[in-house]
Write a protein that binds this ligand. Structure first.
Ligand code: GLA
Length: 723
């Protein structure tokens, strides 16, 4: 619900449990409050500017002090605000000073569309959008700040549209999407890492000055994820305040926290300004991607579950999101590049014998690719390995009652490829400057329409010809030498945003053409794990690290924002190919169960016992997938000895608990795992024993001692209905 008191200049955005209060002071909109729902009685000075010399009414001659402290909802540069700004637009005279004054607002029932961008949708849900119109007369720039409320969620979606209403082009140099202000002591949570170590949680105190994370490598990146949370020092999983910002975008981004001299913290998120500018012609608009704001008064767990529900209901469009995903086996860790059709069909026969549903042919099936030095761009069957072609292979696999999935890395081009020989100019490169190789490849210039058309055609032909049910869309290198000859010199900084819009355009076209396709995004493991990608694919490959102990940690970090059912997770061979560690085969399955679940190992090397174990594991997957897909997710424990989590059915009638002993530490008291999300008065049964929900949540579930490292238990408790 949106309440506006125009006379007092107060705007209140209410979700079920939260309130955001904005205020108009002296023609500028400030953020007075965002947090737990409160009732507002009479008041005028929400924005805490009633201390001299900050009141514009009282001291009209002291505007700079006002701007330097005022919590502008969309802070602009040049009039006295020396904290981080959200907006800079260079005008004809070279100045990028703007003064965005409030000129009005509107409320819409329909959510405004953001052309070409991933965005939350409102299907099956009432929504309201508040649009604040902020105007700079001199530059002729109008900023529309949009906040959308959803009846079924605490999440507020914020985005910004900039219009050039003047007579001259303006050069947008910084267009962030969201800015929040919070009071009091806070800590910042970020998800950081690198390849094979994605989304490890860092929590640190927010001190004076600016703390910034982001990406300028073309993707949202392995290094920092486009999600941040601010929490109170005392906040835990189950208690305390937590605020979140998640970016619905997959390219370069910035997220920052700045504590100012009045101890107010400003959180910001948006397109990274270092690698961005955009020439906006008169009459044209620019749309900044959406940020999903969220607040929980009761801990981080609740913040996460709010995001999970929102992503499932308002971001992921794929019809697969509510379906049990086929249990697949992927050829990558099974064979890497070393396979041919005969081997693949043998693999398919074994997959069928293990009771699996789909075979995914990963890297190496195209051009003349024998290793990672060639053929990206040549999306036709590798004649050496598959002489009969993809249509034949598709038929053979389907004859064995398996679905067929395939890997592409569409955004790339190998110097050793037919495509490069024909179109060297399609690779991203700067004329006159040597290009920098990564994994022996260059990036294709997706800002060019002809490149996008070519890629779509290649992919569509293979998908059609081989009757492909699943596509893994990979992206294995970062962008360097960002440049496109299709833009003039002064517009080169449009490259990165145009590139990612190109990725979105092809994925959209694919999904329109093949509405049943199960798309999985991937970027060298989890280098593009964000809400932008989830708008197109219901799942993303979480990390190339499939070691069960590491994976459990990576998935826990990822779950701060993203629902488990969208985390690509496979059971691989031991010793693990990346860490060399051995973990129990069942532990690997228990970790993969909290994701999409599948296999990535050479099935032909399995013992009979392991084949039986696979049958057992897939039966467990089928038995509990309603919980891992549709249940609520709780993080229970994470320390050097244990990681534990829990799924609870929406009706709270059953729960699935996973405990992983990462490292055994002998002679400890029996683990009593405190569960969450149960009905305190109800009884839950496990192995013939009864526990009340209250008992399980306060005293905990006694867990049988485990022996070894990397071992686990999966415990399923169901409610006992009184006779
Ligand atoms: C990336 C992916 C892997 C695999 C390889 C193939 O690293 O994350 O899963 O597909 O590429 O080259």
């Amino acid at each position: 619900m949106i309440k506006i008191d125009e006379k007092k200049g107060i705007f209140i955005l209410y979700t079920k449990h939260t309130a955001m209060i904005l205020q108009n002071l002296a023609g500028f909109i400030g953020m007075a409050y965002y947090g737990e729902k409160i009732k507002i009685a009479e008041s005028e000075y929400f924005c805490r500017t009633d201390v001299r010399p900050y009141t514009p009414e009282e001291l009209p001659g002291e505007e700079v002090s006002f701007h330097s402290i005022y919590p502008h909802v969309y802070p602009f540069y040049g009039c006295g605000n020396y904290r981080e700004t959200a907006f800079r637009a260079e005008q004809e005279n070279g100045s990028d000073t703007c003064c965005l004054k409030y000129i009005g607002c509107s409320i819409m029932k329909e959510k405004p569309k953001l052309p070409g961008l991933p965005q939350s949708f409102t299907k099956n849900c009432n929504t309201e959008t508040l649009i604040l119109y902020l105007h700079d007369e001199t530059a002729g720039v109008l900023a529309e700040i949009m906040y959308t409320l959803f009846q079924d969620s605490e999440v507020i979606a914020q985005s910004v549209r900039i219009q050039n209403q003047g007579e001259n082009p303006v050069m947008l140099k910084k267009v962030l999407s969201s800015c929040l202000y919070l009071e009091g002591d806070l800590e910042l949570i970020t998800l950081n890492g690198t390849w094979a170590r994605e989304r490890y949680v860092q929590r640190e105190r927010i001190n004076y000055g600016v703390k910034q994370i982001g990406s300028i490598n073309g993707a949202s990146s392995h290094t920092h994820n486009p999600f941040i949370a601010a929490v109170r020092p005392e906040t835990t999983e189950t208690q305390g305040e937590a605020w979140g910002m998640a970016f619905v975008y997959s390219g370069n981004f910035t997220a920052s926290a700045e504590k100012d001299f009045q101890d107010r913290t400003q959180l910001m998120m948006g397109l990274h300004p270092e690698t961005f500018s955009w020439e906006l012609e008169p009459g044209k608009s620019f749309y900044a991607p959406e940020v999903l704001l969220n607040y929980s008064a009761r801990g981080l767990g609740r913040l996460s579950r709010g995001y999970h529900d929102f992503i499932m209901n308002h971001i992921i469009r794929s019809k697969w999101k509510n379906r049990e995903r086929p249990v697949l086996v992927n050829s990558w860790e099974a064979f890497y590049f070393d396979f041919d059709a005969e081997k693949l069909l043998h693999f398919a026969d074994t997959a069928l014998a293990c009771g699996l549903d789909m075979l995914v042919l990963d890297d190496g099936w195209f051009g003349h690719r024998e290793d990672d030095t060639s053929s990206l761009g040549d999306w036709f069957a590798n004649e050496e390995k598959i002489p009969e072609g993809m249509e034949w292979l598709g038929e053979e696999i389907q004859k064995r009652n398996l679905k067929f999935g395939i890997w592409f890395e569409p955004e790339m081009i190998s110097p050793d490829s037919e495509l490069f020989r024909k179109h060297p100019e399609w690779a991203v490169q700067i004329p006159g400057r040597a290009g920098t190789l990564s994994r022996n490849q260059y990036v294709l210039d997706l800002t060019r329409q002809e490149v996008r058309t070519y890629l779509f055609r290649c992919m569509a032909d293979v998908i059609h010809e081989a009757d492909i049910s699943y596509v893994k869309w990979d992206m294995n290198r970062q962008i360097t030498e960002a440049y496109t000859p299709t833009l003039p010199a002064h517009r080169q900084k449009e490259f990165f945003h145009r590139y990612i819009l190109g990725v979105y355009e092809i994925q959209e076209q694919l999904l329109k053409t093949f509405p049943d396709l199960l798309l999985e995004n991937c970027a060298g493991g989890g280098g593009r794990f964000d809400c932008g990608m989830l708008y197109y694919s219901p799942q993303i490959w979480c990390s190339d690290n499939t070691d069960a102990c590491d994976r459990a940690e990576i998935q826990m970090g990822t779950s701060l924002c993203y629902p488990p059912s969208c985390m690509g997770a496979h059971i691989s061979a031991c010793p693990n190919h990346i860490t060399g560690r051995n973990t129990d085969f069942m532990t690997r399955a228990h970790v993969a169960l909290a994701g999409t679940f599948g296999y990535e190992l050479n099935l032909m090397r399995l013992t009979d016992t392991q084949v039986r174990q696979i049958q057992e594991q897939t039966a467990i997957y089928h038995a509990y997938s309603h919980l891992t897909r549709g249940g609520r997710f709780y993080r229970l424990m994470q320390n050097e000895n244990y990681i534990a989590w829990q799924f609870v059915s929406p009706e709270q009638t059953e729960t699935l608990v996973t405990v992983i002993q990462i490292r055994n530490s002998p002679n400890q008291a029996r683990l009593h795992l405190k569960l969450q999300g149960l009905i305190p008065e109800s009884c839950y049964a496990l192995d013939g024993k009864l526990y009340t929900g209250g008992q399980l949540m306060r005293i905990g579930l006694p867990v049988e001692p485990l022996w070894g490292d990397g071992v686990s238990r999966l415990l399923h408790l169901t409610i006992e209905i009184a006779e």
